[in-house]
Design a protein around this ligand. Structure first.
Ligand SMILES: [Zn+2]
Length: 421
């Protein structure tokens, strides 16, 4: 049992100074007097908030952070990223993911939705770090039926292998420009059979959309709908270049969108996601950082701020995407996408919580906690992180131990220099 005393608790009804009790992995009470607890955390001068959910990333790409920047997308992929990815092995992915987990936890993230190579290494790293994760078995077929069979077999094998870890699972057909329609259909069938999620890149660039239309004479989302690919299982990253009818379909089928504003801006995808239309249609809207090669960090504070600013700037409307809306996208909406009773500080919900140290110059005074978190805060104010009822960040350090962080950073440095040499 954990008792957090006298914190300013961000509840759905507003901020209240209360005691919060955690039993096992759930919030058992807010505001009731409690006699005994194994762990008592002093919440004075701190705010207790739901942790963040990063709904689209490639965690192990921390290995390539700030290795290749300021380049044209295609050139960046072909000359820099793909040659390095060809050299990856499970050890590199394991350590790269560990670094990502520590970075995410220390910036208040309690869950990440990943898509990368060597999924068992990702699952092992996430479980060891005590962070929630949805791990995808990603695959490409490059429109080759033989390659599809081989890669699907491998994806299913990986999915079975990671069942033993404490993670959610997804199948990850990469995108319509790397996976055939047959491959997408098969992925949806596997997701249904195995009762898992689908993690997919959708309509990231105009080229992707125009090429698809030329080849199939139809909109991407409409085509996907006709083959039964759209459902509550689907998390569609980017979803930038969509028409009204496609947005309506995403909402109708219960698809969740993972918006990645920093990556979209850095790689110049050409426009801003159509948030206003998505909101009106009722699309479940969430936020992701994308990988550290195109961001270059995994900080959800920054991502929330960029998301809100991008909408306001691009559509010339300062009222668009208010602080509370972007905060919900980063918490409760994402929890909903993954069927987790989390993302809000409420009795009976999972204890996936962050204690924010309010005694930081950049979040003073305290006019509005949520506006401070979205527009002013940075990861330096994260004091304690609790995931599934367990303390994983203490006094700002992973497992309360700077030595553990240094060990991971040293391993990653060795691997990264070997990859680039
Ligand atoms: Zn991505």
């Amino acid at each position: 049992m954990i008792l957090i005393k006298n914190a300013k608790v961000l509840t759905p009804k507003g901020v209240v100074e209360e005691n919060v009790q955690i039993e096992e992995n759930r919030i058992s009470s807010i505001g009731k007097s409690v006699d005994k607890s194994d762990v008592v955390i002093n919440g004075k001068g701190k705010a207790l908030i739901p942790g963040f959910f990063n709904t689209h990333t490639h965690a192990a790409m921390t290995l390539f952070r700030s290795y290749a920047d300021d380049m044209i997308l295609q050139e960046w992929l072909e000359k820099k990223i793909w040659p390095l990815e060809a050299k990856l092995d499970d050890k590199a992915v394991y350590w790269g993911t560990k670094l990502a987990c520590v970075e995410m936890l220390k910036s208040g993230t309690v869950f990440f939705n990943d898509m990368y190579f060597f999924p068992p290494a990702v699952a092992k790293a996430a479980e060891e770090c005590g962070i929630r994760a949805c791990v995808s078995a990603a695959f490409f077929d490059f429109f080759n039926p033989d390659l599809l069979e081989e890669n699907l077999k491998n994806a299913v094998k990986n999915l079975k292998e990671i069942e033993k870890y404490d993670v959610l699972r997804a199948i990850g057909p990469h995108a319509v420009y790397t996976v055939s329609l047959d491959g997408l259909k098969r992925a949806a069938e596997i997701a249904e059979e195995m009762n898992i999620f689908i993690h997919f890149h959708l309509a990231e660039t105009e080229k992707e959309v125009l090429d698809f239309k030329k080849q199939h004479g139809n909109l991407i989302v409409r085509t996907l709908d006709e083959m039964g690919f759209l459902s509550k299982r689907l998390i569609a990253a980017h979803s930038v270049w969509l028409e009204d009818a496609e947005i309506e379909l995403l909402a109708k089928r219960g698809v969740s969108v993972a918006h990645c504003p920093v990556s979209n801006m850095k790689l110049c995808v050409g426009k801003a996601i159509r948030y206003g239309e998505m909101k009106n249609a009722g699309v479940n809207f969430t936020i992701g950082t994308d990988g550290a090669a195109s961001n270059n960090n995994l900080d959800m504070f920054e991502e929330m701020k960029f998301a809100a600013l991008l909408q306001k700037f691009y559509y010339s409307d300062p009222t668009l995407m208010k602080a509370e809306e972007v905060f919900e996208a980063a918490t409760i909406n994402a929890a909903r996408a993954f069927n987790l009773k989390s993302g809000v500080v409420k009795e009976g919900y999972l204890a996936d919580l962050v204690l924010i140290n309010l005694k930081k110059p950049y979040i003073q005074p305290e006019h509005d906690l949520v506006a401070n978190l979205v527009y002013a805060a940075s990861s330096g104010c994260v004091d304690t992180v609790i995931v599934d009822g367990k303390v994983v960040v203490e006094s700002g350090y992973f497992m309360g131990d700077e030595g553990k962080e240094i060990e991971i950073m040293e391993e990653v440095a060795k691997i990264a220099s070997k990859l680039t040499s």
